[in-house]
Design a protein around this ligand. Structure first.
Ligand SMILES: Cc1cc2nc3c(=O)[nH]c(=O)nc-3n(C[C@H](O)[C@H](O)[C@H](O)COP(=O)(O)O)c2cc1C
Length: 194
């Protein structure tokens, strides 16, 4: 069976998340899938590099699951990349360990889709802003799968969005992520919706 590694970068998925909580709860029902919650594993940011590299070696699909923060990944995922994607592992003449694995970027974005274009207040598309991750995958010889993106995912009571609508969009995000992973049927069966 193919193994999926979900690298989860959310500062507090249990107590301070609406969108990622829905997605991660559904992912958690899946076999052959490991979720590594970086904030829970490494509250002090001291990454166990060997353990993380081992998890990558065992996977053939890697999912980066995170809320979009300041047009990029949360700090702990950037730190994880800095520590784990080392010379001789991810790049360099002998750094071939990630070659052929698929990378799926799966991110929830606060702003509406219409704001992510030239002339609007976020100026660039999310795909453009994700280029550093795409090039990281390229350098490591990974296949960069088209990212799974959802907009208008911020929930602040009485300010931004309706909680139930964000949860619905998160469910739809999970469905699209499942398709990207390529295990939609199995995931649906296990969650009882088939
Ligand atoms: C520190 C921080 C930075 C954020 N930066 C952005 C941003 O650059 N663009 C954007 O559209 N939303 C941004 N947001 C909104 C988050 O993307 C949104 O709240 C998140 O995806 C919701 O997921 P959650 O309910 O799982 O936390 C930011 C939120 C925080 C807390």
């Amino acid at each position: 069976m193919k193994k999926i590694l979900v690298v989860l970068a959310h500062p507090d998925i249990e107590n301070n998340s609406v969108a990622n909580k829905v997605i991660v709860d559904r992912l958690g029902a899946q076999k052959n899938l490991e979720i590594r919650d970086l904030a829970r594993l490494y509250p002090d940011f001291r990454i166990n590099v060997e353990r993380e590299q081992q998890a990558l070696l065992e996977a053939d699909t890697v999912v980066f699951q995170f809320p979009f923060y300041w047009y990029s990944v949360p700090g702990i995922l950037k730190h994880w990349l800095d520590e784990v994607f080392t010379y001789g592992f991810a790049y360099g003449s002998t750094g071939t360990k990630l070659q052929g694995k698929r990378l799926i970027v799966s991110t929830t974005i606060g702003g509406p889709e219409s704001s992510y274009q030239s002339g609007e207040y976020n100026s660039y598309s999310v795909e453009e802003l994700l280029k550093p991750l795409q090039q990281t995958a390229n350098l490591a010889g990974m296949t960069f799968v088209p990212p799974v993106l959802s907009h208008s995912m911020v929930y602040i009571p009485d300010v931004y969005n309706v909680k139930e609508e964000v949860e619905e969009r998160a469910q739809d995000h999970f469905d699209r992520l499942s398709t990207a992973i390529g295990q939609r049927t199995e995931l649906s069966c296990r969650s009882g919706s088939l």
